[in-house]
Design a protein around this ligand. Structure first.
Ligand SMILES: Cc1cc2nc3c(=O)[nH]c(=O)nc-3n(C[C@H](O)[C@H](O)[C@H](O)COP(=O)(O)O)c2cc1C
Length: 169
């Protein structure tokens, strides 16, 4: 797949097969996060790789909107430093890069932001200065991913030269 195709076909998946994702792919996913740009190249983020049924179950218990992560093959907790106003922006970019890198290998993923922060910090040893911004669950999809994206048309979102002016391309 080329980069556009990866973006165009990637859907959030919350049901995963029991097939294991090879360690090399997991490492590539984390490398994709590491290689992402951050504001002033601060790299204030940290990533926790979560593997194993028990740990994934605990992660699900610490979530308010991501119980499905219990069925993932692995997950990544994205931590960012809230002392930077752009920390969530950076976290979002690293998240997207990880998801796209994974999808290039046929590994699907979903994200959740509903987190019981206190429980997560306790269970995964997160230091006080870092914010658990998002959790990504990864795995091979349980079903073939052939959904259509539910997105607004481009003409509603992008303009020509001036806000509201119709695109000329
Ligand atoms: C900032 C953000 C927060 C999200 N939070 C959750 C969440 O808490 N739980 C969840 O299951 N999905 C969550 N999602 C996934 C979105 O629901 C999903 O990206 C959106 O529905 C589009 O999915 P699609 O690409 O499959 O069409 C979140 C996505 C983003 C970008």
């Amino acid at each position: 797949m080329d980069a556009y195709e990866v973006i165009a076909t990637k859907l959030d998946v919350r049901e995963f097969s029991s097939k294991s994702v090879p360690a090399e792919i997991k490492r590539k996913v984390l490398e994709a996060a590491r290689l992402t740009q951050s504001g002033s190249n601060l790299q204030h983020w940290r990533f926790i790789l979560v593997e194993g049924k028990e740990n994934l179950k605990r992660l699900a218990e610490d979530s308010t909107s991501g119980k499905w992560v219990a069925g993932a093959d692995f997950a990544v907790i994205v931590l960012t430093n809230p002392k930077y106003s752009f920390h969530m922006f950076d976290g979002g970019r690293a998240t997207q890069d990880m998801q796209l890198a994974a999808w290039n290998y046929g590994v699907a993923s979903g994200v959740f932001t509903g987190i019981d922060r206190r429980a997560l910090a306790r269970d995964f040893g997160i230091p006080d200065e870092l914010n658990p911004s998002v959790v990504i669950g990864f795995g091979y999809p349980a079903k073939r991913v052939i959904g259509k994206k539910n997105r607004k048309p481009l003409g509603d979102l992008a303009f020509q030269d001036k806000y509201g002016k119709r695109l000329a391309i």
